[in-house]
Write a protein that binds this ligand. Sequence first.
Ligand code: ADP
Ligand code: MG
Length: 229
Amino acid sequence: MIDSPRLETPNPAIRVQNLNFQWPGGARVLKSCSLAVPEGEFWMLLGTNGSGKSTLLRLLAGLLESQSGDIDIRGRVGFVFQNPDHQLVMPTVGADVAFGLVEDRLPQPEIRQRVEDALAAVKLLELQRRPIYALSGGQKQRIAIAGALARHCQVLLFDEPTALLDPDSQRDLVSQVRQLVKNRGITALWVTHRLDELDYSDGAFLLENGRVVAAGNPEPLKRRLMRRV
Ligand SMILES: Nc1ncnc2c1ncn2[C@@H]1O[C@H](COP(=O)(O)OP(=O)(O)O)[C@@H](O)[C@H]1O
Ligand SMILES: [Mg+2]
């Protein structure tokens, strides 16, 4: 069954209520948009191009400010973009994962420990000294995720992280991220237009005309969207 937007969700780590957003001089993108993601669950967000998915994620990450409505997020937020080249800023893997920790002025031994732990979590510990340019697209995405893990983010937002990957790397990434967030009790919201990825989710939202028009079990949502193509 597809529920209406689940404001009644117990224990949400992400909660959005009646959010309104309009770009300056542009269209109203979000119109009283509401959703909730339960703590520790992996939810996906779907919607046609231009429906406002990236805008919503940027609002959740605090990169944009809404005109009205409420956003409640429990814990530190990490963001993984579609193109990792827009996100990885340091010349080597180890330096990049350490970047946020250096900014936070953590002591060196703790930085080393966290970087190793995060790289081990994404199964790339052996690449610690590798230059970023020598990585594949899927490896770069896992480095971006390691950066968020090292900062101990409890909420992860993914904006079409598989859009630039081939089908094998796409499946590897989504299955690995599912396992990772489950192991660590992280709450994740993953934007995608690839319906096969829904199989890895705990639930999904459909964004249409500025609001969430369906939320809940991914199976019926997948069937409904497959009928459209
Ligand atoms: N920086 C911007 N300035 C003005 N309008 C924007 C900007 N970014 C996106 N938009 C507009 O906001 C709407 C939603 O865009 P977006 O959130 O990127 O959608 P999606 O990620 O679902 O494809 C679109 O109409 C888009 O043209
Ligand atoms: Mg987008």
